[in-house]
Ligand binder design. Sequence first.
Ligand code: PMP
Length: 372
Amino acid sequence: MVLERMKSIYLDNAATTPVRKEVANVMTDVMSKHFGNPSSPHALGDEALELITRARKRIASLMHAKPEEIVFTSGATEANALALFGLAGVYGTKKRIVISAFEHSSIREVCAMLQGGGYEIVELPVTQEGLLDIKALEQALTPSTLAVSLIHGHNELGTIQDIKAIASLCKQKNIFFHTDAVQSYGKVPIDVRWGIALLSVSAHKLGGPKGIGCLYVREGIHLKPLLPGSQERGRRGGTENVPGIVGFEKAVALAQKNDWGTIEKLRTWFEKELEGLGGVITCKQSPRLPGHVHVSFPEQDAEQLVIALSEQGIYCSARSACLTKQHTEHKVLDAIGMPQKLQKGSVRFVLGAETSKKELKVVVSVLTRLLS
Ligand code: PMP
């Protein structure tokens, strides 16, 4: 049974985004008409192969990569795991991996497993402004360091790291640089020629379907596959998710047309209103993703506020969706040294490509009522 829902205002676009209508249409079309297996030697197989070849090209070009450097995966959790386990499986004589103190759980959990297997995992501090401490990074790049993995656009705070400088520093020292670009790809410029060795993307963060993403792997780098098989040049076995890949491509094409400048202006307006309600904007002075707002309302209980907003059809979050149900401590906010009083009242609103000022005005008026 489909439940009747009130008209909602969706401001949780870092957790996932609504699938664009054009994406759903093209996927339905692929499922019904082009259902061949890309490895089949007949015309239907060729058709499917052609579709994924075209998609690979477009997805690669948005990060200035070559199509052969893209490995399709089931999403960014897999891409992150393939990056680090894959490197460790081939270049495992170097046993040190450097990450930041506020990486996504999908990186932290891979690192915990590698640590159990004898790797040294170094967690670098981040500043109060949500940026990696570059001095600490420089000191951490020892000859035994295999890789640095750093989130590009932060999923909770929205801060953007200077991966251009960091990747080039790593490349000079012959250290693989991996970045989780899940939140930034399609929103801010990314160029793998900055010295990026590996880069993870997920389609459902930019209007595409869930369960599809990719890992960029710089030409010449070998990875031990997580799933052995002939597909994806031996880097990821399993019949390709053709509808997902085509949906991913469509989402990328649409994302390139988004007007992020206007969304950023809308965000600035919204933040001023939130400040008027007593909100404190986190990492306000740092480079940030255009639609991301992380705000603390001192003395408020964010979890209750999120529920109260949800009851009014307004969807946002108090923390990363990947952690909501498991953790009580807040590692990210601890990492930037946010006082407990602010942590407890912190909420994330993430505007999407289709968020309007009218919607945000409704949110401000509901919040005014809830906070009074
Ligand atoms: N990294 C970041 C920064 C994310 O926000 C997410 C999604 N929550 C992931 C990785 C995992 O992506 P996926 O859902 O495609 O596995």
